[in-house]
Design a protein around this ligand. Structure first.
Ligand code: TXA
Ligand code: MG
Length: 350
């Protein structure tokens, strides 16, 4: 049985937090909200508990975890040293949706780092995550609280859909407001590189680290093995997704044509639709799933994973979507997750 503890996201009940923290200290698995997505927390220094976490998620052992803290001092136990660049990033972006990869200390179990000589660390800003880590008084390793290869959960219902009966508790603090996982930046190598785009954009990082680069990877490339979350097809719904690239009008036309062709062939089709396209798409015999306004990418980011899960739950044959054309700090992160969901089925509008 998985116990659900409902709390006020801004001011969580200390008794509920104390129970969840005691569960974590005892080696239990507790899902909790962060500002990005829900995490599945475990005592980061409890090897056996970490092994149970990998089993609960059906996650391959070669995919390392992020360790969550609430103070810079807590890093001393986890890393070999905190370089000046890490202090500078922390001062600007922590607490918040940024994960920093640093050389690890010996205290961190190999199970957490997948045997790498580095460890990923993050200081979340969500009041529930912070209260829980503070009450537990231990570093908390937490991957996204989904079954491996499913979209990350942005509310407690998504966590239960994947993990009910497989974990001890869910602290339900309402929806995660960013909706996409943290930016991961690797400081263990020179120059530092972004391994996963998130709400802290490359431009934002460059204000602190002018030489930071982006690592582009594919499944065949050895960089993907350095951070398995980078493998394409990692964030995927069960239903195949086809993604339409190009300017809005061209992509919408190509997508509409394909939707009609599929329907004529007897397929059921879901379209992930920006509000701006809704009127045009409403004429098609397809299921429309709202993605929010293209003009407001933060709405799209917050909706994306829930929308992909809705499509799966409908049991349609195919999901169609077009890329976001708005320039915004979140655009590269949204595009990255859409590309992964589509796992290579990309159509260039023409
Ligand atoms: O927003 C987030 O980061 C959420 C919340 C819960 O904090 N967590 C999350 O964890 O997305 P997960 O496990 O789903 O993704 C962690 C990513 C993976 O892509 C993993 O490969 C990478 O971080 N990672 C972890 N440790 C690493 C390391 N030592 N070197 C390189 N990449 C690492
Ligand atoms: Mg994940």
């Amino acid at each position: 049985m998985t116990e659900v503890l409902r709390v006020d996201p801004g001011d969580p009940d200390p008794d509920a937090i104390a129970r969840a923290a005691a569960c974590l200290r005892g080696g239990g698995l507790v899902a909790f909200p962060t500002e990005t997505v829900y995490g599945l927390g475990v005592h980061a220094l409890d090897r056996e508990a970490v092994v149970r976490l990998f089993a609960a998620k059906a996650r391959p052992a070669n995919d390392p975890l992020i360790v969550h803290v609430t103070t810079i001092d807590a890093l001393a136990l986890l890393v070999a040293g905190v370089p000046r660049d890490a202090h500078a990033l922390a001062a600007r972006f922590w607490p918040g949706p940024l994960t920093i990869v640093l050389r690890r200390s010996r205290a961190v179990p190999d199970e957490v780092t997948a045997g790498l000589d580095t460890v990923a660390v993050r200081m979340p800003s969500h009041p529930v995550a912070r209260a829980l880590i503070d009450a537990a008084r231990i570093p908390i390793a937490a991957p996204s609280a989904n079954l491996f290869s499913r979209p990350s959960p942005t509310d407690a219902a998504h966590v239960l859909a994947d993990l009910d009966g497989r974990i001890d508790m869910v602290v339900d603090g309402g929806p995660a407001h960013v909706g996409l996982e943290s930016t991961v930046v690797d400081l263990s190598q020179d120059p530092p590189a972004v391994l996963r785009p998130g709400a802290v954009s490359l431009e934002m990082l460059r204000t602190v680290l002018p030489n930071v680069t982006v690592r582009v990877s594919s499944e065949s490339d050895s960089d993907a093995l350095r951070s398995p979350g980078l493998m394409s097809k990692h964030y995927s719904p069960r239903t195949p997704v086809t993604l339409y690239e190009g300017d809005a009008a061209t992509a919408l036309t190509a997508m509409t044509r394909e939707a009609q062709t599929r329907v004529n062939r007897g397929n059921t089709v879901a379209v992930l639709a920006f509000a701006e396209d809704a009127a045009r798409l409403a004429q098609l015999p397809v299921r429309l799933v709202q993605l929010g306004r293209e003009s407001d990418p933060s709405e799209v980011a917050a909706r994306l994973y829930a929308a992909l899960r809705e499509c799966d739950d409908m049991g349609v044959d195919v999901i169609l979507c077009r890329v976001l054309t708005t320039h915004h700090a979140l655009t590269p992160a949204i595009q990255d997750r859409l590309l992964r969901a589509a796992a290579g089925r990309i159509v260039q509008g023409s």
